[in-house]
Design a protein around this ligand. Structure first.
Ligand code: ARG
Ligand code: GLU
Length: 710
């Protein structure tokens, strides 16, 4: 008895001290490239890196960063040949592949391969952006900011300073520049960019390879997806960015990745460069509580309902399937991510870990009077601000997840952006813009499906949101039939007829349009006015909190949250234990594709193309196999997030070994809290990519452009 009591005591002591102890060395961190040399290089070298800092990032010489692009602003891509060949994910080029597809010429289903440059397909609006250099501009941006300014005043000064800084840095060049805040505005970095605007589709495997496993396997390991597609960046004759033209020529990049055929094994050094979108690693327990216990469960539930309805319609009609394929994938993607994130947050006890940090912080603050003066208010202010925010934060979220989830209202939102409060007739310019907008919208709009989504979303809104946030727009899900029957916006034919008349008034009084207006007006006064204030306050508090934490932990290396700027993360090929008693190997092979084929899933996620079977049966793997097996995917411990899709996974020598495309489900909470034992990125092995291009598709002319390292 005594013994049990004692060991319990010891156990709980160990648990608490484990939470508080300085963390084990981990592979956490998304680092700014210009700081690698001074901050991370020694550690990277110790972990196996064979390059110098200048080979990774240099402003004078070609370096690895010159082979990495922001692909369209939402993914990452990498250059793999001297003729502008670019690799990214299948799911990153999905919208483009879909837009070139018709029911008769279905590239999603069958894949597409340009057998020469003439066959490559242009993509309006698609860009590839290189980073020329990165610069700390904190002092310049904060010029004129004083300690007693309000957040609004500070913002005005900061934003006022930016254009001149960018102008000075880019004057006389064709470069662009953006300045992004780091550490909630504690620091500012400028990124000088070069954006190419002629990016053509070169090749993509069929969905049954590029999306093998579909939404069943999405965010999961073990994985067997050939999630890649090939594009080519074109430039003007001077190698500079140019709008699309038949006369453009393939870009000669400053650097492109050699491709390693040497293979990977557990514990090999890996690094990833790319454009991670958003993380929030320094949140307080109050913020995590709001997210984990209110926002995430609701948005997951709501998306599940929408997805089920979309499935119904997509299975009933091939046209609707094509129209909604990309929309479905993107809704499903974050539905599953948030679900995994919440499980991970709970399992890792994140709220308690954050509380432990806050307790340590309070203790540190209270040790010293000056600190008490400076930081004593922080935690109580966080509590108060999250209390205020909590009252409207679900409503804020429901604007995206319920209101704009209704395509009709989303469209009305865009239309109102153009029409606004115009009186009388619309201008020619407005009509032109509306015509363009409508062209894109109606192509993929199926009103009967959207009407059902309307019912689902409005019903949830009516049930979940406080009644004083409903009264100003008297529409409920019961009004759906009338709305879709009467609204001009719900029918392409009616919309086009209306456009002929150019009468602003008849659209302003349209039911969908006016409903949306009423909702927006209500949000302005009752929701956004509050969230805006709270979020400004949170920015200020977070900025001060991180500063204080840096003071408190002078030896710890802090990295700024992801914000769609170029970052480097490093780690190793690594396995993990997803659950007690379960072990996951870090590598998969083609055998797994054929094992999964025998499993029937509701949505036929495991169909194998016949051509792939032929190659498998003959073991016709060319130079790409290892010990008679065809590698397919691997996991590693690099810290990544959305936006890192398509990123190059690079070995110690700076050669390409894979393309990042996902994260493991057990690790999706890493956007808020990284756990070294569980967080893994998932990549497709570059040898599988080459095998598909070369052996499966017969596009060996592309492989000849590349530089292979054996
Ligand atoms: N989860 C990955 C990412 O966040 C891949 C998404 C696309 N794949 C899919 N089956 N929906 O983007
Ligand atoms: N698939 C994600 C993307 O599109 C990457 C996965 C992640 O969130 O880590 O960027």
């Amino acid at each position: 008895m005594r013994k049990t009591f004692l060991s319990l005591l010891v156990a709980s002591f160990v648990a608490i001290s484990a939470l508080r102890a300085t963390p084990e060395p981990t592979d956490e961190g998304m680092w700014l490239l210009s700081l690698i040399g001074s901050m991370n290089y020694q550690e990277m070298k110790a972990k196996g890196l064979k390059l110098t800092p200048e080979q990774i990032y240099s402003i004078n010489k070609a370096s690895l960063k010159d082979a990495v692009v922001s692909f369209g602003g939402f993914c990452t891509g990498e250059m793999i040949s001297g003729e502008g060949l670019l690799l990214t994910n299948h799911h990153c080029g999905y919208g483009q592949i879909q837009s070139h597809s018709t029911v008769e010429k279905d590239y999603l289903t069958n894949g597409f391969w340009a057998m020469n440059k003439e066959q490559e397909l242009p993509n309006q609006g698609l860009t590839a952006t290189f980073i020329i250099r990165v610069e700390d501009v904190t002092t310049k941006v904060l010029q004129g900011v004083t300690g007693n300014m309000t957040e609004d005043e500070r913002k005005k000064v900061v934003e006022g300073n930016m254009p001149a800084i960018i102008k000075t840095a880019t004057e006389g060049t064709h470069y662009g520049g953006i300045i992004r805040p780091m550490f909630y505005g504690g620091e500012y970095y400028m990124f000088i960019t070069e954006t190419y605007k002629d990016v053509r589709l070169v090749g993509t495997p069929p969905e049954n390879i590029g999306k093998f496993g579909g939404d069943t396997d999405n965010w999961m390991w073990p994985r067997h997806t050939g999630d890649f597609s090939v594009f080519r960046v074109y430039a003007g004759k001077d190698n500079k960015p140019a709008d699309y033209s038949k006369d453009n020529v393939p870009l000669k990049p400053r650097h492109f990745f050699p491709i390693s055929l040497k293979g990977v094994k557990k514990d090999d050094f890996t690094m990833i460069m790319g454009f991670p979108g958003r993380t929030q690693e320094y949140l307080t327990s109050y913020a995590v509580n709001l997210l984990q216990n209110e926002i995430n469960p609701k948005r997951v539930g709501l998306r599940a309902l929408r997805l089920r309805k979309m499935q119904e319609f997509m299975q009933a009609s091939p046209t609707v399937r094509l129209q909604y394929a990309a929309k479905y994938a993107s809704i499903a993607n974050y539905w599953k991510k948030w679900d995994g994130e919440n499980r991970g947050l709970k399992r890792a006890n994140t709220i308690n870990k954050k509380k432990a940090i806050e307790a340590d912080f309070a203790e540190w603050v209270n040790k010293n009077d000056e600190r008490k003066q400076k930081y004593g208010y922080l935690l109580p202010s966080f509590v108060k601000t999250y209390e205020d925010l909590g009252k409207v934060d679900l409503a804020r979220e429901y604007f995206n997840e319920a209101i704009l989830a209704i395509e009709l209202l989303d469209f009305a939102y865009d239309v109102s952006d153009i029409v606004g409060k115009t009186e009388g007739k619309l201008s020619e310019e407005q009509v032109g813009k509306l015509r363009n907008l409508a062209k894109g919208f109606y192509k993929d709009f199926h009103a009967p499906l959207d009407k059902e989504i309307f019912k689902i979303c409005m019903k949830s809104y009516n049930e979940d949101i406080a009644s004083d946030l409903q009264s100003d727009f008297a529409i409920s899900y019961r009004g759906a039939d009338a709305l879709y029957e009467r609204s001009i916006l719900a029918s392409q034919e009616k919309f086009e007829k209306w456009l002929e008349t150019k009468e602003a008034k008849s659209i302003q009084s349209d039911m969908a349009f006016s409903t949306l207006q009423a909702i927006v007006d209500m949000y302005q006064t009752k929701v956004w006015s509050i969230t805006r204030k709270c979020n400004a306050q949170i920015d200020l508090l977070q900025r001060t909190y991180i500063n204080a934490l840096r003071e408190m932990q002078p030896k710890r290396k802090f990295y700024p949250d992801a914000n769609s700027t170029l970052r480097l993360t490093f780690g190793k090929i690594d396995d993990y234990f997803p659950a007690d008693g379960v072990y996951y190997n870090p590598m998969t092979t083609l055998d797994g594709v054929f094992e999964k084929e025998k499993i029937t899933t509701e949505y036929n996620d495991y169909i194998v193309p016949e051509r792939l079977r032929e190659l498998y049966l003959k073991k016709d793997y060319g130079d790409y196999a290892e010990n008679g097996k065809m590698p397919v995917c691997f996991t590693a411990s690099n810290h990544t997030t959305g936006g890192n899709s398509g990123s190059p996974i690079i070995n110690a020598q700076g050669e390409l070994i894979g393309i990042n495309f996902d994260r493991n489900w057990e690790g999706t909470m890493s956007d808020i809290s990284y756990d070294a034992t569980r967080v893994r990125n998932i990549g497709v092995d570059i040898r599988y990519v080459l095998f598909i291009i070369d052996k499966f598709a017969g596009a060996s002319h592309l492989v000849k452009e590349m530089q292979l390292v054996k």
